[in-house]
Design a protein around this ligand. Structure first.
Ligand SMILES: Cc1ncc(COP(=O)(O)O)c(C=O)c1O
Length: 383
């Protein structure tokens, strides 16, 4: 049986059976195109309407503010390029530890009438909101994108602190809430941002669905033009099964938020206690942070090597940024936090899910403890 212990939930999560149950009919006999004017089409449209209400409900938004996309990457691209595309140019500011799917589209704007500015993060991994507010007042960006929860450190930044500076600057504020959804309470209105990105597969939903939650007054230029689906912002026949699954996953995540967070935090706290006992160096790890994420390294032990060895021992974890594990460069987030490149290369991330058990954590800690002894012995022999 294929069953390594899965401790990489910030990369993706297993599909919840209850979510799959909602999706299955749309992958079989209810296969209609939601734009069709017959029974098949009406079923598909109704499923999308339900999902839109479920997603909106989970984040305190109005259903008409939810624009379905293929995932978080597309939603971030839609905001950055779409909001930029409806304006003549100016400054776009992004957090220094944003996901590449915010950073890269922002970088692409440079030279097309846009200048890119980085908002600094602190050694804890949190956005430096005082410095950011000052930069916003000075440069008056048209657009700002600042993530709520960092995918590597789990640091939760106070994005709300940018609302007033952005109101004064007269620009739009977007937050990437992909890692926050399902782990902390999210309230689009209370946050005060004008746009927010969500992704389905981080919360027990299917890969291939996500949303940009965006206030009606924000002018966004469509990035996929065509038949005018999704308020004309994202044409293409809707992925009904994935959208329906995303909706149900949001509903379950809201209903079970507290229970899940409590369980994940218990597992994380147990892990961190044991890792500190083994001499781990935490990266970030300072409140406020996600309940499920531990990011750490052991001196002189390469993170990639540790991940590969733990994989062979039956544990699935990540080194550096999971989304860019193919890239051997040290994590940008850690460098932005002021971590030396050699130290950043030791980074390993463990991210819990609602079903991670304390037994899994104990076995993980024992295995890594044994592995450290072996790696240190090998290093001593090599000297
Ligand atoms: C913070 C953050 N934003 C965006 C994404 C991209 O989301 P998706 O995989 O749905 O494209 C990820 C994925 O890891 C993420 O962690």
């Amino acid at each position: 049986m294929f069953a390594p212990v899965y401790l990489d939930h910030n990369a993706t999560t297993p599909l919840d059976e209850r979510v799959f149950a909602v999706m299955e009919p749309f992958l079989r006999d209810r296969f209609g195109n939601a734009s069709s004017r017959h029974e098949y089409g009406r079923h598909a449209r109704a499923a999308i309407d339900t999902a839109r209400a479920q997603v909106a409900d989970a984040v305190g938004a109005h259903p008409s503010e939810v624009v379905f996309t293929s995932g978080g990457s597309e939603a971030n691209n839609l905001f950055v390029k779409g909001a930029a595309g409806s304006q003549r140019g100016g400054v776009i500011a992004i957090g220094a530890s944003e996901h590449p799917c915010v950073r890269e589209p922002a970088r692409q704007l440079v030279g097309q009438g846009w200048r890119m500015l980085e908002l600094p993060v602190m050694a804890t991994g949190h956005l430096n909101t005082t410095a950011s507010a000052a930069l916003i007042a000075q440069h008056r960006p048209r657009l700002v994108s600042a993530m709520l929860a960092n995918n590597e450190t789990g640091a939760l930044s106070n994005v709300m602190a940018l609302v007033e500076p952005m109101r004064q600057a007269g620009g739009w504020l977007h937050t990437d809430a992909v890692q926050a959804l399902g782990k902390i309470t999210l309230d689009f209105r209370a946050l005060g941002v004008q746009a927010m990105t969500l992704s389905s597969h981080k919360i027990g939903g299917p890969i291939g669905a996500g949303a940009l939650v965006v206030a009606k007054r924000v002018d966004i230029a469509a990035q996929i033009a065509g038949g005018g689906h999704e308020r004309g912002l994202r044409s293409g026949t809707e992925n009904v099964a994935a959208i329906a699954g995303f909706g149900r996953a949001c509903e379950l995540a809201s209903q079970e938020l507290e229970a899940r967070a409590t369980r994940m935090q218990a597992a994380r706290d147990r892990l961190e206690e044991r890792l500190l006992g083994l001499g781990a160096r935490p990266f970030g790890g300072v409140e406020p942070r996600l309940p499920n994420t531990s990011y750490f390294g052991f001196d002189n032990i390469d993170g990639e090597t540790l991940v590969a060895k733990m994989d062979r021992a039956g544990f699935a974890i990540a080194s550096g940024a999971a989304c860019s594990s193919a890239n051997p460069e040290p994590s940008r987030t850690l460098l932005a936090m002021g971590v030396e490149p050699d130290v950043a290369r030791t980074a390993v991330r463990v991210s819990m899910g609602p079903h991670t058990s304390l037994e899994d954590v104990d076995r993980f800690a024992e295995t890594i403890g044994a592995m450290l002894i072996e790696l240190k012995r090998m290093a001593a022999v090599a000297v």
